[in-house]
Design a protein around this ligand. Structure first.
Ligand code: MN
Length: 750
């Protein structure tokens, strides 16, 4: 509180207090470094501290304290992580380039390349380059990860920076608090988790939680407080009993116990959709042993004292998590129905679980990791960095990253017993791409535990997966609707992009050729340079892009021909023809062979897609419409848009469904999501009966949505996978026969 007295205090007095505070923290920093890294040369830290004081002089934080306190506290976090003097110096300088006139070059000249490189990695990109906040966030994260590949200290400093900002978040405006806390939960806490840094992750999560969902936070906190005394009493008894038994069995081990963290309870509530009084295992016990054998001995001992809860036993020692976390987990039931979770691990495993990549980070020359384990930890960052080259949209990058940061995983096996760790809800397609890109690209089916399954089947822990491939088979766009891992998604997208472009180039070449023949222009005589010149006119970098542009319908063959040979088409038009390109080359399209490919009579493949407004399915009458830039849209003839579109009759194409050769097995056929709306009585059991009709037919239900309406009527919307019109009619008739159903309709638009 500001009183008349303190407001009148001289600025000098304030400065004195600030300076004293700063030097106290700096003393603690030096003492911590001396203890954790006794052989490091601390002169660079002293030098960086002086530099930091000088350049941040006069700057204040939102808390009112001197700005220099922030880099100093960040450096202290790094020292507590046992990082080296270089990292600590970089921590002291981490905001110097961003928030003061100091340049990266000055840092390099004063502190050397390494420090400058790290500081550069943590410096945000200038704000003016971005259209919106999301793009900026995505680009900053991308930049940080790129820098982290060559020196992981970049991300450790970012995490320390975020940790201190979160610890002092109370001083900011509520909107800023929300945004920063959200970003912490979305990116930084998962990043810490991915790097195995359990301690940093926990603190970030718990700090962010109270700002992101203050109500939820308070609710859980008061529920925990209400149970605390009883819980602690209970844990005391467990602890005493366990220690006694360990002694009896001659096992040396440490026993820790605690009430679980608020955020981990919160996540559990979210996951299981239960209320806080339904969470039984708020209590957690941890046993830390000397050897791996003892872990298993303690495991057996615990199960001999308390009954294990089925399905809760996990052996992360035999199968470490992707972030290298190792531990045995079990949940047991004590007398009186109290459940509690037990984690058992060695001291070394414990250190790795708490500190992760920072646990045994050693440097050799340019800051590259020497331990094979650390290499493994960084492998995913390298992969993301590799993939992001294909991504032009920063938000796509960020969403890929988010998928990768939440490694809730399933453990599956190859037929030879090799473990394949996949993200939760992964499918055989993800499995196939994890084995090898080619296995993914040529995948035609999968067996799980010896049985053929659809490719969109969700894999479960312990599944043995065998992928069936066929040479020449290619990925389908449908796969993107159920592939979960970023690896599979990226590989599929990459293949589709490449392949679509190839097809577009081929089509473009044909269209241009046809146009040239029409006007009797010998384009075979044109040189690469001629094409390149026209490509440049269109702002393209090469002649293939030009042909692809024609193929995609961005510009017409005639326009391009006119540029290649000026005046070519105004000599004499052989026939009155104003078509924009594609439709005159294409008379008839056979659509729907495979999922999205098609054959054009007398021509090659063409880019064709089902119009979203009516989603035609096999067997429906369809018409094609040449769009600008996107290929041919296929509409149902009944689609209302078609009436409006088709007055440009020259853009119309005859389209027919391709014959399905040799695809008698219906499980192998392409299906289409179709929305069915049912109006029915609103009574119990209605939904169950309707669902049974659909699933007894062997049809997959993608989504169900129920709305009650007036007069005891309910409206139920199903999205089902239908192969063709016959299938759809069968389903609709089946639904009509359910007692209480009043009307069944198909809705064209999904
Ligand atoms: Mn900072």
């Amino acid at each position: 509180m500001v009183t008349a007295h303190s407001a009148a205090a001289s600025p000098d007095a304030n400065n004195d207090a600030d300076n004293q505070n700063l030097s106290q923290v700096f003393e603690v920093l030096l003492a911590t470094v001396r203890q954790n890294r006794p052989t490091d040369d601390i002169r660079i830290i002293q030098q960086a501290y002086d530099f930091c004081l000088k350049h941040h002089a006069g700057q204040k934080r939102a808390s009112g304290g001197p700005f220099a306190l922030h880099p100093l506290e960040v450096a202290l976090v790094l020292a507590e992580m046992k990082l080296d003097a270089t990292a600590i110096a970089a921590g002291l300088l981490h905001d110097a380039v961003e928030d003061t006139p100091v340049t990266s070059r000055e840092i390099s000249e004063t502190f050397g390349e390494q420090v400058a490189h790290i500081v550069d990695g943590v410096t945000k990109i200038e704000k003016i380059q971005f259209a919106n906040r999301e793009d900026r966030q995505a680009e900053n994260v991308r930049k940080m990860l790129l820098a982290m590949v060559s020196d992981v200290r970049v991300v450790l400093i970012k995490l320390a920076d975020r940790l201190h900002n979160m610890r002092t978040l109370e001083h900011l405006q509520p909107e800023r608090q929300q945004a920063i806390a959200r970003e912490t939960l979305d990116i930084y806490a998962p990043l810490a988790h991915r790097l195995g840094m359990g301690k940093v992750r926990s603190e970030l999560e718990d700090l962010a939680f109270r700002y992101v969902d203050p109500l939820g936070h308070d609710q859980i906190r008061s529920a925990v407080e209400a149970n605390r005394q009883q819980g602690e009493q209970f844990l005391h008894e467990i602890d005493a009993l366990l220690k006694e038994r360990l002694l009896e069995h001659n096992i040396t081990a440490r026993v820790d116990w605690r009430i679980k963290r608020l955020y981990s309870i919160y996540q559990k509530l979210q996951r299981q959709r239960i209320t806080v009084d339904q969470v039984y295992d708020l209590l957690a016990v941890r046993v830390i042993t000397q050897t791996v054998q003892d872990c298993y001995a303690v495991f057996g001992l615990i199960h001999s004292i308390w009954r294990p809860v089925p399905g809760r036993i996990k052996d992360f020692i035999a199968m470490p998590r992707p972030n290298l976390y190792q531990s045995l987990h079990t949940t047991v039931m004590a007398d009186g129905g109290h459940q509690f979770e037990v984690q058992i691990r060695t001291e070394e495993m414990h250190r790795v679980a708490e500190e992760g990549i920072a646990a045994h980070w050693k440097y050799k020359g340019g800051g590259s990791p020497v331990s094979a384990k650390d290499e493994q930890r960084l492998a995913w960052v390298r992969q993301i960095v590799e993939w992001q080259r294909d991504m032009t949209d920063p938000n796509e990058f960020l969403s890929t990253l988010k998928i990768d940061l939440y490694p809730e995983e399933v453990y599956t096996f190859t037929p030879k017993g090799k473990v394949v760790v996949l993200p939760k809800e992964a499918t055989p397609i993800d499995f196939a791409y994890t084995i090898h890109t080619e296995v993914g690209n040529t995948c035609i089916g999968a067996k799980v535990n010896g049985r053929m399954v659809p490719l969109k089947t969700r894999l479960r822990n312990g599944d043995i997966v065998e992928i069936l491939t066929q040479n020449g088979h290619t990925p389908s766009r449908d796969w993107l609707t159920f592939a979960r891992s970023s690896r599979a998604r990226n590989k599929i997208k990459h293949w589709l992009n490449e392949h679509q472009r190839e097809r577009a180039i081929e089509i473009g070449r044909k269209l241009l050729d046809r146009e040239a023949r029409k006007y009797k222009i010998p384009i075979a005589q044109l040189s690469d340079a001629d094409y390149l010149k026209v490509a440049t006119d269109y702002g393209l970098s090469n002649s293939l892009d030009l042909l692809a542009g024609i193929g995609f319908g961005k510009f017409s063959g005639r326009q391009v021909l006119n540029r290649l040979v000026p005046g070519a088409t105004n000599v004499q038009a052989p026939e009155a023809d104003t078509t924009p390109g594609m439709s005159d080359a294409v008379k008839r399209v056979y659509f729907g062979k495979g999922s999205d490919s098609l054959t054009v009579e007398g021509q090659n493949d063409l880019l064709v897609y089902r119009a979203r407004c009516c989603n035609p399915i096999r067997g429906e009458e369809i018409v094609g419409y040449v769009t600008r830039g996107k290929g041919v849209a296929v509409h149902a003839r009944s689609c209302t848009n078609v009436q409006n579109l088709l007055y440009e009759s020259d853009r119309r194409i005859v389209v027919e469904w391709a014959r399905m050769a040799g695809k008698e097995d219906s499980s192998q056929r392409a299906t289409y999501p179709v929305k069915i709306i049912v109006y029915c009585d609103d009574h119990a059991g209605m939904l169950r009966e309707m669902t049974a009709v659909i699933s007894d037919d062997g049809t997959n239900i993608r989504a169900v949505d129920t709305k009650a309406s007036a007069s005891a009527e309910a409206i139920v919307e199903f999205v089902v996978d239908a192969c063709d019109v016959g299938h759809l009619i069968r389903l609709m008739n089946g639904l009509r026969r359910v007692p209480g159903v009043r009307e069944v309709q198909r809705q064209q638009k999904l």
